[in-house]
Design a protein around this ligand. Structure first.
Ligand code: NA7
Length: 528
């Protein structure tokens, strides 16, 4: 019997454990991997890198930690972030409460005792007052259901489950399926090794140059000197890191000025581009000005105009599928050993023993890389058989799309918390900022219950309904629903089309959560 079971030992699970320990509570963490780090444990593909800057993408909860840790680049690569996660686990002595290589299979709320009973694939059974899902938003890797994969004679990989020993593609013919973030990061590096690389593209993406570089020691010094203020600004910002925001509409400024602004942001690199004007994600006409700028950039980089055309996104507004950040992606298509294959007009017909067949043509490859993404935001949660009051199944409650109160809790599932769940800013933000906010809110909530001798907290149906509506309403004030993105569940056949994250902004959302707590957990029923 524990105070809490935490599922997952990525950045969310690690900090949650640390906070609960600080409250003198007992917790058991179950983690499917052999080590800590979550996303950064699994996604070891070549070029895997965070596209939030290193000084922002790190924990703020310990000043000693943030002062002593040194990042080497503006954007950290996966091995360095994984080293950081391991450092945190060691520094705060977290491993002793984590059971590795153990996947949680079910979590059932037992009404008589008001306890969660959690079972794992290793036969563990633990009970706890609180069950905290730190299962990640992009952790359920997806292989599309393509005919013939069983017959493929070569080796195949998914970017989100990359072999720990790495893969040497030297002299091999390689196929990459997908052109999302993971593909865009890995393709330039795979192309340098492979004898030939075929890229199978269904939908082109907008990608910004990272302009990555060694971390400027002067910048590091300045941030470290004022880290408290730097973090505060991030917490109050829209997306969890500070970026130069304009207060103008893209349509209110002269075209030349707009071009200069876009050019400045392109040269600076990274995700801040969408903040160039207030209406880029609200007005299609404003968005078109930015999309045109990107397409011109692509055409200026890629020499073959037919290939450039194929690489230009046309079917959705810029930023409504996750903007990508790359190093040399478009230029890779100028290499003689790289072929872009359009699988939009004609989908992949089959995987054969020798390669990939599209429109009657067989592209022979030795290795296949699936950069085909994840069942985002709900996949990892619904892979667990989660049952609340009256054995209500979470999968049934969410059959029409996820329904939560604040993206933290679900009506009918007392004492169950989700860290960065659907209905919270999560994937639209700097994940570490959102993780810390949720963990702190949950820890404060647990303390509140304990101090008052209360045993349970549960969202009311009315509060949940109002929150679902609010999330929907603000989502639909933007252009996001126009794209068939993983934000909308559109990458998974049969998944309900619902805009899952909360787009109200990290700062605004934090205030709402704080107000709920300050009003004695408004919208929740508290029980003995
Ligand atoms: P994404 O962004 O979901 O990308 C997956 C890619 O795989 C995308 O280009 C898909 O095309 C493509 N895909 C998926 N299924 C198929 C089939 N059947 N045929 C052809 N192409 C297919 O995943 P990532 O791992 O790159 O990135 C996930 C997030 O991690 C990213 O947004 C960052 O936040 C970090 P589609 O666009 O669906 O046409």
């Amino acid at each position: 019997m524990f105070d809490a079971v935490i599922v997952g030992a990525g950045f969310a699970g690690l900090y949650m454990l640390h906070r609960l320990r600080g409250l003198g509570l007992t917790a058991r963490v179950y983690e499917a991997g052999k080590g800590v780090g979550g996303t950064w444990y699994w996604n070891r593909y070549p070029g895997a890198r965070c596209d939030v800057e290193s000084m922002d993408y790190s924990y703020s909860f310990s000043d000693e930690l943030q002062q002593e840790w040194r990042w080497s680049e503006r954007y950290s690569a996966q091995p360095e972030i994984l080293r950081y996660a391991n450092h945190v686990a060691d520094r705060f002595d977290l491993r002793k409460d984590i059971h590795f290589e153990t996947r949680v299979t079910s979590a059932v709320f037992e009404e008589a005792t008001a306890r969660w009973a959690v079972e794992t694939d290793q036969g563990d059974r633990a009970t706890a007052r609180f069950c905290i899902m730190a299962t990640g938003c992009l952790s359920d890797a997806q292989i599309p259901d393509l005919k013939g994969l069983d017959s493929f004679a070569g080796k195949w990989y998914h970017t989100g489950k990359w072999p720990h020993e790495g893969v040497d593609f030297t002299g091999r013919r390689v196929g990459v399926i997908g052109t999302g973030s993971s593909a865009i990061q890995s393709i330039p590096l795979i192309a340098k090794q492979a004898s030939h690389l075929y890229v199978f593209q269904r939908t082109p993406n907008f990608s910004m140059p990272a302009q990555n570089a060694p971390l400027d020691p002067e910048y590091e010094r300045r941030v470290k000197e004022s880290y408290a203020d730097f973090r505060r600004q991030a917490r109050e910002s829209r997306v969890g890191f500070v970026t130069e925001r304009s207060g103008d509409s893209a349509l209110a400024v002269p075209a030349e000025e707009r071009e200069r602004e876009y050019e400045k942001r392109w040269r600076r690199g990274g995700l801040g581009f969408s903040a160039a004007y207030t209406d880029l994600l609200i007005s299609k006409e404003a968005n078109d000005t930015a999309a045109r700028f990107f397409r011109e950039k692509i055409r200026a980089i890629v020499r073959d105009s037919a290939v450039a055309d194929l690489l230009c996104p046309q079917s959705y507004p810029l930023g409504t599928k996750r903007l990508c950040v790359d190093t040399g992606y478009y230029d890779t298509f100028n290499r003689d050993n790289v072929t872009l294959v359009d699988v939009r007009k004609t989908a992949i017909e089959a995987i054969t023993s020798k390669g990939v067949r599209v429109d009657g043509v067989e592209y022979a490859v030795d290795d296949l890389v699936f950069a085909t993404g994840f069942d985002a935001m709900t996949g990892a949660l619904l892979n667990i058989d989660i049952r609340g009051r009256g054995s209500r199944k979470l999968s049934a409650e969410w059959a029409g799309g996820p329904r939560t109160y604040l993206g933290l809790t679900v009506e009918g599932f007392p004492n169950l918390f989700m860290i960065t769940g659907p209905g919270s800013p999560s994937v639209l933000s700097n994940m570490i900022v959102s993780i810390e906010q949720h963990v702190d809110w949950i820890a404060d909530c647990v303390s509140h219950l304990r101090e008052r001798g209360l045993g349970t907290i549960e969202a009311t149906a009315a509060a949940q309904e109002a929150w679902v509506q609010h999330v929907n309403e603000v989502g639909h004030m933007t252009l996001y629903p126009l794209a068939p993105s993983w934000y909308m569940g559109a990458n998974i056949p049969g998944k309900p089309r619902v805009f899952m994250p909360y787009i109200g902004g990290v700062g605004v959302y934090r205030q709402k959560c704080d107000e709920v707590a300050a009003k004695g957990y408004e919208g929740f029923a508290l029980g003995r």
